[in-house]
Design a protein around this ligand. Structure first.
Ligand SMILES: Cc1ncc(COP(=O)(O)O)c(C=O)c1O
Length: 438
């Protein structure tokens, strides 16, 4: 079998995500035969360095032997069981371990499948908790400008990326946005001032509207899909203090930032804050299987604990708490613990920052930024199709990059070697140079 076979069959039978399918008339799909470590291999023997961790999910490489072994062991015991009325070892162990690792007070784990389903769960739970407490008027949600929380209707309603939401706007519940602490969006002198200004704006908004607001949802430290906007932890400190003062719940959407991406296991740790809801997905299974989880507090849990079934959280997905996915997640937590991944990543992040220096120095690179294991920069170019062009130039150089607008970012699996990272930088530099010449 060659690439050509799969190209034609895929275009005929598969509707690919986040894609104008007509674009594939000129931009061929890449059929992947297998993966190993940070590399993906196609059917014609070409390879691609997965610099985006396959949509930000992969942590420890493709075909990781330890996660594979855990899955094989789980397959021999139990693949899946309904989680309503039943439970199993992997889901219990995972829930206990996640609460022990998460910011304090998040002792109740509710499972979904993808990231967006975790966001839906947190939004519904926040509203329902207020309703059960006799405050059903608290049904509004606040999010940041530039926010991204997923593509389902509830998640899209708190998302602020026009490309994804505009067409569906008539279907979306109207929710307000408050200014992002992204320093590039403000006139602040530095990131701390930008965080303070955004904090002031949140305070002013809630002073007036808190009665109707159930929760504020944020992507802690890095707003990914709007272009890797990185902000100061001070904003999270202020947001926690302000939301608590105005009786508004805080939802930390760590679907992208969780599991070490920002340098700590969870981004909230860098601000020393504990949210009321922590949404997790993506890296939770090391990029193996769809699984998401919402951790919440005793207070929220208690608001539902009652004799009346309708006061319970009657939300479900068929694959809630899937045993294989939970076992993959346990294997991921074992790797974090046994290999002291967070400490190792601290050093790795420093080495990446040195290796990426040639990019910081390039005359058309703007706003070079790094938060832990994520590096991003904006390219000044007159190319209107930069993202698409850069994607295909990168593929021609054995690199999988998916720029967002003019923002190029690196978010590779943590196991990428220094040589591989240097190759990534060298080839990206060639592309940036070409983008400027043309
Ligand atoms: C912060 C954040 N929230 C939610 C989502 C949605 O997750 P999923 O694509 O798994 O539904 C994403 C996906 O990129 C995300 O980055």
């Amino acid at each position: 079998m060659t690439n050509a076979t799969w190209l034609a069959r895929s275009r005929a039978a598969v509707w690919h995500p986040c894609t104008q399918m007509k674009a594939h008339e000129t931009l061929p799909l890449v059929p992947i035969a297998r993966g190993e470590g940070a590399w993906l291999y196609d059917f014609d023997g070409r390879r691609y360095l997965d610099a985006v961790s396959s949509w930000w999910v992969n942590l420890f490489g493709h075909a990781n032997p330890r996660i594979n072994a855990a899955l094989v062991a789980q397959l021999g015991e139990l693949e899946h069981v309904i989680l309503a009325g039943f439970t199993h070892r992997s889901v219990v162990e995972l829930s206990e371990r996640l609460s022990a690792l998460a910011p304090a007070g998040l002792g109740h784990a509710f499972y979904g499948s993808d990231g967006a389903s975790a966001v839906e769960i947190a939004l519904k739970m926040a509203f329902h908790a207020w309703s059960n407490r006799g405050r059903p008027e608290k049904r509004g949600f606040l999010s940041l400008t530039g926010s991204y929380h997923g593509e389902t209707l509830g998640a899209l309603a708190v998302t602020d990326v026009p490309l994804f939401r505009e067409v569906y706007a008539p279907l979306l519940a109207p929710h307000d946005k408050v200014p992002s602490p992204d320093p590039r969006r403000t006139r602040a002198a530095n990131a701390t001032d930008a965080a303070e200004q955004a904090g002031e704006a949140l305070d002013a908004y809630l002073r007036e509207h808190h009665d109707g607001i159930a929760a504020l949802i944020v992507e802690p430290l890095v707003q990914g899909a709007c272009g890797m906007a990185m902000y100061d932890p001070r904003y999270l400190v202020r947001a926690r203090e302000i939301t608590a003062r105005y009786d508004v719940l805080l939802i930390a959407d760590e679907i992208m930032t969780g599991f070490g991406r920002t340098g700590t296991l969870f981004a909230c740790e860098q601000a020393g804050v504990a949210p009321d809801f922590l949404c997790l997905s993506k890296g939770i299974t090391g990029g193996y299987l769809p699984l998401s989880c919402v951790l919440t507090t005793d207070d929220v849990y208690a608001a539902f604990y009652d004799d009346d079934p309708r006061r319970g959280f009657l939300h479900s997905h068929s694959y809630t708490g899937n045993a294989l996915a939970c076992r993959a997640a346990l294997a991921v937590l074992d790797i974090f613990r046994d290999d002291e991944v967070i400490a190792g990543n601290r050093m790795r992040a420093q080495r990446w920052s040195v290796l990426a220096e040639p990019l910081t120095a390039h005359r058309n690179v703007r706003n070079f930024r790094q938060r832990g294991m994520i590096i991003a920069f904006d390219v000044e170019t007159t190319r209107r199709d930069f993202a698409r062009w850069c994607f295909s130039e990168a593929l021609a150089r054995e690199i999988l990059l998916r720029p967002i607008g003019n923002t190029v970012y690196f978010m590779p699996p943590y196991i990428v070697t220094d040589d591989e990272f240097a190759l990534l930088v060298e080839r990206t530099l060639e592309i940036v140079e070409r983008a400027v010449q043309q």
